[in-house]
Design a protein around this ligand. Structure first.
Ligand SMILES: [Zn+2]
Length: 174
């Protein structure tokens, strides 16, 4: 009578495999949606500020406070990468934008966390800015969409960026 035992073991293994996935799909997200990054851009005179919020799941693949050396190293590497504004954003050369400051922090909210980054750029010719391309999709393939809100001299607007459309075009200044 070995067969029933094997069948029960198989069902148990299947259940163990399925339950965590189901739980993850049904998890309530109050502060963010995994795969989605929020970005706010403000341009005033020759200063541009960019703020972004990215779920840890989309950046390092987990959202608990890092415990192991490997997890801590992953968070440190992501913080360093995101702090390198020149590798995260690309602007038209004619705008003459240089990085003035960048700040990246990991904020824990219960079972979720987010990388919150802020950047300040000085641009010598903001009229030549026109657009901004982000390299976040290439750096972090788990990012599916970036929701952008911007306030530029030509007005405010919003855009949804995806991997094959990673560029925001600002409303032209009148
Ligand atoms: Zn989350």
């Amino acid at each position: 009578m070995q067969a029933p035992v094997i069948a029960i073991a198989a069902i148990a293994a299947l259940t163990i495999g399925v339950v965590p996935l189901y739980a993850e799909d049904k998890r309530e997200l109050d502060s963010h949606e995994h795969g989605h990054v929020k970005m706010e851009i403000a341009i005033e005179k020759n200063v541009m500020t960019i703020a972004l919020e990215a779920p840890g799941e989309s950046i390092v693949g987990f959202e608990y406070a890092p415990k192991s050396d490997e997890e801590k190293a992953a968070v440190d590497a992501a913080t360093k990468q995101l702090s390198d504004a020149g590798s995260v954003f690309t602007f038209p050369d004619a705008a003459g934008c240089t990085v003035k400051s960048s700040d990246v922090e990991l904020h824990q909210h219960g079972d979720h966390n987010e990388f919150e980054a802020s950047y300040t750029f000085n641009c010598s010719d903001m009229a030549a800015l026109g657009s901004m391309e982000t390299n976040l999709f290439a750096l972090y393939p788990s990012i599916e969409e970036i929701d952008v809100d911007y306030v530029a001299p030509g007005g405010q607007g919003s855009a949804e960026l995806e991997a094959d459309t990673p560029t925001v075009t600002f409303a032209p200044a009148s």
